[in-house]
Ligand binder design. Structure first.
Ligand SMILES: Cc1cc2nc3c(=O)[nH]c(=O)nc-3n(C[C@H](O)[C@H](O)[C@H](O)COP(=O)(O)OP(=O)(O)OC[C@H]3O[C@@H](n4cnc5c(N)ncnc54)[C@H](O)[C@@H]3O)c2cc1C
Length: 401
């Protein structure tokens, strides 16, 4: 029997698997790969099927800032242990015009010792003349290592490092977990059985399916827009940071923009996403699968395209493509990292923020699963406890407050 089985080979589960294996535990990670044919795939899907995610320490919530700080410190180790580079330290600009929000960002930054530059947006982003914002905004700039990560490459890196430390990765889906011989038996869709003393459930938006009682998590349909950048323009955007922008807009509460990244098709795309007020919670798994299988995301294209072209007025953008995604929001606004009454450990509920911090969340979860320990003088365990029930997401920007 293995020490631990990690269910879900997404960003958090893959990190937990590496920490468990590097820490000397015998471990298996079980999770399906990214589907090649989304319309035909019957689920589960994931929230990391992309080549760009913003990474930053600057945050409106101290817990997220601390998690990100720890995870970012681990990026070089993960790259060394795997030989895979996934981090692009291009910096960050957080653009908004509300004094209370700016003050809160500054106070959280001060509480973690993070230096920031704050100034009128035109001045603060003078080094990227291709960018255009209304003058009334203020930009808070965070220097590298803030910037962007490639979540697909990060997962590959975590898996390679975990395997080098002796872990197994099974590309399969867990359909049932039951107690057996002092541990657990995990049955998979391919008809296999895995046995482990501990189980860590890191199945993202689909995690509740595996629990005796659902935890309070709502799942929102998100969409991003990719726009291809002509080679001739890549140089002009070379110093472009990742951007979070709390704009004044009829439909969007905020947008986030990842500078041009190279995608698997070899082209460079700038990516924009945003909190759309029209996004209604997806009630169940069939609704989540339908959102991911079909091209409903196209309906989100116009406002995102309008904002991106206004931000980059003189850059030739083409090949506009939308991609659906899923955001799991918890009642606490933080991931659930906890042990349930049935002895299983959970680590899920990214709230749209966990890609950059997944390694730190995975580390806390692995320690809890293997040793039932939470030795942390910076993060209060009670902030991450699992909450039962139904969650109704609050309105407004999830980046702002
Ligand atoms: C459009 C969009 C933009 C985002 N931008 C950012 C950003 O800029 N910065 C940032 O930090 N975060 C961002 N996020 C959030 C981030 O991507 C998520 O918080 C993160 O992916 C959550 O990680 P996870 O491991 O919990 O879930 P996932 O990465 O979704 O992984 C869960 C895995 O579990 C698998 N699984 C599910 N059920 C089972 C089962 N029964 N058996 C086995 N495996 C199973 C799934 O297939 C999946 O592979 C964004 C999210 C979206 C949707």
């Amino acid at each position: 029997m293995l020490d631990v089985a990690v269910v879900g080979m997404g960003l958090i589960g893959s990190a937990a698997l590496r920490h468990a294996a590097v820490g000397g535990a015998s471990a298996v990670g079980i999770g399906p790969p990214e589907p090649s044919d989304w319309p035909a795939h019957q689920g589960p899907f994931a929230s990391h099927y992309d080549s760009g995610r913003i990474t930053r320490r600057l945050d409106a919530r101290r817990e997220w800032a601390v998690l990100a700080t720890r995870a970012i410190e681990q990026y070089p180790t993960i790259a060394d242990q795997s030989g895979i580079e996934f981090h692009r330290p291009c910096g960050l600009a957080f653009v908004r015009d509300d004094e209370p929000g700016l003050a809160n960002l500054a106070s959280v930054a001060a509480s973690i010792g993070l230096p920031i530059d704050v100034g009128p947006v035109a001045e603060a982003l003078a080094d990227v003349p291709a960018l255009s914002f209304p003058d009334r905004y203020t930009a808070v700039r965070e220097a590298p290592p803030a910037g962007a990560i490639d979540p697909r490459l990060m997962i590959e890196a975590q898996h390679r490092a975990a395997k080098r430390a002796g872990a197994l990765v099974a590309r399969d889906t867990v359909i049932a977990i039951r107690p057996a011989d002092g541990g657990y038996e995990l049955l998979t869709a391919a008809g296999r059985t895995h046995q482990a003393r501990q189980v860590l459930i890191a199945a993202g938006a689909y995690a509740n399916r595996l629990l005796p009682e659902p935890l309070a998590m709502s799942v929102r349909p998100e969409a991003v827009l990719l726009a291809e950048v002509a080679d001739g323009d890549l140089g002009r955007l070379g110093s472009m940071p990742s951007i979070i922008y709390l704009l004044d807009h009829d439909e969007l509460d905020d947008v986030y923009v990842v500078p041009p990244m190279r995608y698997p098709d070899g082209r460079h795309y700038v990516k924009i996403g945003g909190s759309n007020r029209r996004a209604a919670v997806l009630g169940d798994e069939p609704a989540m699968n339908q959102w991911m299988q079909q091209d409903h995301a196209d309906g989100r294209l116009p406002p995102l395209r309008e904002v991106l072209t206004a931000l980059l007025p003189d850059v030739a953008l083409s090949g506009w493509t939308t991609k659906p995604c899923l955001i799991g929001d918890t009642a606490s606004g933080l991931p659930y990292i906890d042990r349930l009454d049935n002895g299983c450990t959970v680590a899920f509920g990214g709230n749209g923020h966990a890609a950059k911090s997944a390694d730190a969340i995975g580390s806390l979860a692995a320690e809890l699963a293997l040793n039932d320990r939470w030795d942390d003088d910076e993060l209060d365990r009670t902030a991450f406890i699992a909450r039962l029930g139904v969650h109704q997401p609050s309105a407004g920007s999830r980046h702002g407050n």
